[in-house]
Each structure stands twice: as C-alpha cells, then as structure tokens.
Design a protein. Structure first.
Length: 252
C-alpha cells in the first residue's frame, strides 16, 4: 500500500522499521501539529495497522489511515528526488550534514523547484543503518547532548516538523496577549500622571521642596517606561480614588 499522490508543497516523512506503535502515533501527531500529513512507514515491527499507534495519534489518526506502507527503504524512496537521513552518529560517509533548520530551508527550496523530498527517521533502538543512510543525499544532525544523543522517534519528527513550519510560515518571535484591552494612549497616561501627582502632593509626598521637581520628573519618566493598557490606567485611577475614600471615612 502506498500513500496518496504527492499534493501540496511538503516533504514525505519516512519512518524506517519503527518498533513501537506508540511512537508511530506520536510521530503522526507531531507531523499534524505543524501541518504535515505525508507519512510513509517501512516494515513496522509490530505490523500494520496498529491500535496503539491510533490511540497515541489522537486527532491525527487520518495520517495513519492515509500513510503509505512499504516493505523496504528503496521502495519507499522510489519517487523522491532528494532524501535526508536523520542520525546522531558519525557514519564514515561523505555527505553534507545539516542542522534541522538548514535542512528544512533546503527542502523548501527543492520543493519550490518541483522536486520531491523525503526525510528518513530510523527505528528507536539503533537508528538508521548505514545502508539506509547511504541512500540519502544529506544528513540531518540535531545538536543534542553528546553524552546522551539518543532521541525518541516522535521527538525527532517533532523537531524536524517544527523547523519545516518555521521555514514555511512567518513566526513572530514575541507578541502580547491584550486580554480584551488595548494599550493606553499618551493622553491617558498623562492624565494618570496628573492624578498621581495631585494625590501625592496632597499627602505631602514631595518633600523636601528642593527635590520636588526632580521627584515629579522621575515619576513621569516611570509612567513613560511602563507599557500600560487602558485597563491598567483605569485600575490605577480606581486605586487612588478608593484610597481617598478610605482616608475620608477614617477622618469622620
């Protein structure tokens, strides 16, 4: 059984002799997290279909239903124009060795040229054999701890799929969740500063008088540094008003 015809600009992820159904399901889930759905499975140890894979895949079960099942690696790679092999070990083979980021950048460029790209992932216990790696055009090597280089199959798929997504989508490094508000405008911050200054003046905070001007300047500078939202401004106004009410009740 082979997978569906190539459709859409994405590589095929080829799981070579995977040993545990749970890892196949985890790999499917990782792929679908990042928009990939072309899975190929070569000679799975526990047979196919596998209920443990289905259970682990959760909402990504469609990938397993449509995955290609192959008897050997050459058959799984037969229609590929360029193949990456993931491995953490030195193989004594002369090949380009790329980081996942660089590999997926290259994969994207190759696919844009109309080429079909495959990425091989080896079995959990020992990884890809040299005979498998020899069929690849380049190696993907994850910069892991050299004292513990072994990656779980699904983890390796996740890392590679993530880098593919990064090369395909504009990823904003940092955003702010506004939680149903928006940043305060300059005039709102100015009025908040006026309110604080007045209440602090009433409380005798600006003392001694010779330092008052610099203290007020420092307060204005503090408000300007703070990325206040309108909700923040309203809350701070409310705090000041409540403190005044509390003081007035205490004076009665």
């Amino acid at each position: 059984m082979s997978d569906k015809n190539w459709s859409g600009p994405q590589p095929a992820f080829v799981l070579v002799r995977p040993q545990m159904g749970e890892n196949i399901g985890g790999a499917a889930r990782a792929m679908w997290n990042f928009g990939l759905d072309r899975m190929r499975i070569v000679d799975p140890r526990d047979g196919w279909p596998n209920q443990k894979a289905v259970a682990m895949a959760s909402g990504a079960g469609r990938l397993l239903d449509e995955a290609g099942l192959y008897d050997d690696v050459p058959d799984a790679l037969a229609d590929c124009n360029y193949v990456f092999a993931t491995t953490a070990r030195h193989r004594g083979l002369t090949k380009p060795v790329m980081s996942p980021e660089r590999a997926m950048e290259h994969a994207r460029a190759l696919i844009a040229e109309g080429k079909k790209v495959g990425v091989m992932f080896g079995p959990e216990r020992s990884g890809l054999e040299n005979e498998d790696v020899a069929r690849s055009n380049a190696i993907i090597s994850v910069p892991v701890n050299p004292e513990f280089p072994s990656l779980n199959l699904a983890q390796c798929v996740l890392l590679t799929a993530y880098e593919w997504r990064r090369q395909s989508e504009t990823v904003v490094p940092e955003t702010v969740e506004m939680a149903k508000t928006e940043f305060a405008e300059g005039l709102e911050v100015e009025k908040l500063g006026d309110h604080f200054e007045q209440r602090l003046e009433d409380a005798g905070f600006f003392f001694p008088e010779a330092k008052a001007a610099n203290m007020k300047l420092n307060l204005r500078n503090m408000w300007a540094r703070m990325p206040l939202t309108r909700s923040d401004v309203q809350m701070l106004h409310g705090m000041l008003r409540q403190m005044v009410r509390w003081k007035e009740r205490g004076d009665e």
